[in-house]
Design a protein around this ligand. Structure first.
Ligand code: ACO
Length: 325
């Protein structure tokens, strides 16, 4: 028995923040942003939208594509670093919006690797007990934790949600292998200083923009290019497959140059890499499931294809999942 992906869905806000818009906000240029990151625009949520609202849209589409209803769900996991509130879990808000009354629901925090952590967790829940269906969502409104006076970060991030419905199936299709890792020595490279117990919210934390992301971009860049091939090797080895067997690779969409460098290191033809960073930017935990759901919708990912997903992010966390679609 394997755990299969039964349906996918995604939701992106309509509002676009272009590089031209950012040129008016900070000292930057379209040319710098495109050449350094590959990003041309990102989607930004309206003020009255919360993370669970985006998650609900993506999840509803995934449930529909899976051919099941919310009442069928046994488990909901939302991977996010931008929850609706610190408490309760965004997964509980989502559960209520969906009417998934029979499901357990919790959030998972692993930053941009969150979706890989979440499907790995869901796979183990499904294999380990009598759960039939799990909904896994990566959802973020990063625009609410982005400092739009800091040109080194505000050019990168956007909002969105991607979802997958997982269930049990016989045969060769499904999750073949997963790998998760973490290096807590790198916590200071990418973080949101305030809002937790270390620096509770105060006038000072707000004034100093301590509720926004801070990043040492160059260090993250080096970490990503080194880590991606290592994560890919782990899952390929566990599944006794080679990189040449892979039909589609989905990297966390953080920077086009990171993806190109990693693909070159792995000797993967660029045509096999699925990319949407030019129009979405970096949407953290939502990045991988949005790319996958778009590719499924466009018919690029077909049944039987071997799909390799690789994530990395704050923590520093890292992980990969290999799926026979
Ligand atoms: N426009 C113009 N100039 C800029 C901008 C900007 N938006 N941002 C920085 N610069 C300047 C810097 O000030 C610096 O100027 P200086 O040489 O006069 O000091 C120069 O450009 C080079 O800066 P670097 O930071 O060295 O530029 P780099 O090529 O490393 O690109 C970037 C920066 C795009 C942030 C890159 O490091 C990157 O993408 N890193 C990875 C980030 C990432 O993946 N983060 C997400 C991880 S996932 C998660 O968990 C959320």
């Amino acid at each position: 028995m394997k755990i299969q992906i039964l349906g996918t869905g995604y939701a992106l806000p309509d509002r676009i923040l272009s590089n031209a818009d950012l040129e008016k906000m900070v000292e930057t240029s379209d040319d710098w942003i495109v050449s350094r990151t590959g990003i041309r625009e990102r989607r930004i949520s309206e003020e009255d939208i919360a993370t669970s609202d985006l998650a609900y849209k993506a999840a509803s589409i995934a449930l529909n594509n899976a051919g099941i209803t919310a009442e069928d769900l046994d488990l909901i996991i939302v991977a996010t670093i931008t929850p609706d509130m610190p408490m309760p879990a965004t997964a509980c808000f989502l559960q209520d919006l969906l009417g998934a009354t029979g499901a357990a629901a919790f959030d998972l925090s692993a930053a941009c690797t969150g979706f890989i952590y979440a499907i790995t967790t869901a796979e183990h829940f499904l294999l380990g007990n009598d759960y039939r269906y799990a909904l896994v969502v990566g959802a973020e409104i990063l625009s609410r934790v982005t400092d739009y006076t800091d040109r080194s970060t505000c050019i990168l991030f956007g909002d969105g949600a991607g979802a997958m419905v997982l269930g049990k199936g016989e045969g060769e299709n499904g999750i073949l292998a997963t790998y998760l890792g973490s290096n807590g020595a790198g916590t200071s490279l990418l973080y949101i200083p305030a809002g937790g117990t270390r620096h509770p919210a105060s006038q000072e934390t707000v004034a100093k923009r301590m509720h926004c992301m801070r990043m040492q971009g160059h260090e993250i860049f080096k970490f990503a290019v080194k880590t991606i091939p290592e994560c890919a090797s782990q899952v390929l080895r566990r599944a006794s497959l080679s990189i040449d067997d892979v039909d589609h690779i989905v990297f966390h969409q953080a920077n086009l140059r990171i993806m190109k460098a990693a693909a070159a290191k792995m000797k993967v033809p660029w045509e096999r890499v699925l990319v949407n960073i030019e129009k979405c930017g970096n949407i953290s935990a939502a990045s991988i499931p949005v790319v996958v759901a778009e590719a499924v919708e466009q018919g690029k990912i077909q049944s039987g294809d071997l799909v390799l997903m690789v994530g990395f992010g704050a923590g520093l966390t890292m992980g990969a999942a290999l799926v026979r679609w």
